[in-house]
Design a binder for this molecule. Sequence first.
Ligand SMILES: C[S@@+](CC[C@H](N)C(=O)[O-])C[C@H]1O[C@@H](n2cnc3c(N)ncnc32)[C@H](O)[C@@H]1O
Length: 280
Amino acid sequence: MTSFQEYQRWMSAQLATVSDQPAQEARWLMARSLGLRPAELLVNAHQFLSSDQKNGLQKRLDERLRGVPMAYCLGEWSFYGLDLEVNTAVLIPRPDSELLIHLALAEAAGDNTLQILDLGTGSGALALAMAVARPQARVFAVEQSPEALAVARRNGEKLGAKVEWLEGDWFTPLDPTLRFDLIVSNPPYLASADPHLPELQHEPLAALVAGPSGLECLESIIQGAGKHLHPGGQIFLEHGWEQGAAVRKLLHTLEFQQVQTHADIAGRERVTTAGSPNHA
Ligand SMILES: C[S@@+](CC[C@H](N)C(=O)[O-])C[C@H]1O[C@@H](n2cnc3c(N)ncnc32)[C@H](O)[C@@H]1O
């Protein structure tokens, strides 16, 4: 017979081989597996685990010890205060993208008739953060992977957020007459030979790699965005920290206005914003 507390301590010791926060990870895995909030583990510390509970815990622990990211072991991850379902069909939403949401929400203040588009929605993270914060806006989200789109839809349902989910390649599933006030995107932006790819082996390659240069998806989005923005509309693009100059150049070439790159708290260029071209 093993108590919750004993098993949690044992898990923590196992996790120390793969994690620099083993006690925290043991708490998350215990809570998720037992259907408790982390704080409830303390109250139940001396309760004994059933064999089913033990098997469930062992399965998640084995995955984690094999190097599977914590988000996939838990099956959910938090983004901008929203608890989102995640699985290996979707990129794990990153805190880096919260800068983009912060900038986009500042431009989406107080207008009930806004139309917002998220391109490459994955788990739905950006579309849902916008839809939850601006419930009067009409939010559209496009995703190429049907498996990812199914996760996004479930997240939308769970949060009761109204988003129009569309499957396809960037702008192609949209009615060509649709115009947006805000377009947001965190597209794939790694180059095919990026040396960091082995560290990201558990995440979907199609969510990470854009092509030989890494700029291919950003180029497609920038090329299509002009005719889908209202005059005065804005685009918000997340990109790699060394891609700011290339993204600004692409936007300037297509006559986007007020092109500006924003740095994260570490001072790295991560999000570029621009206003619609004058001829849009
Ligand atoms: C970097 S992930 C971002 C996911 C999510 N927006 C986030 O920030 O967590 C990029 C997403 O774009 C999708 N994608 C890749 N190529 C696409 C295309 N041509 N059209 C639509 N979506 C695409 C991928 O499947 C992936 O879900």
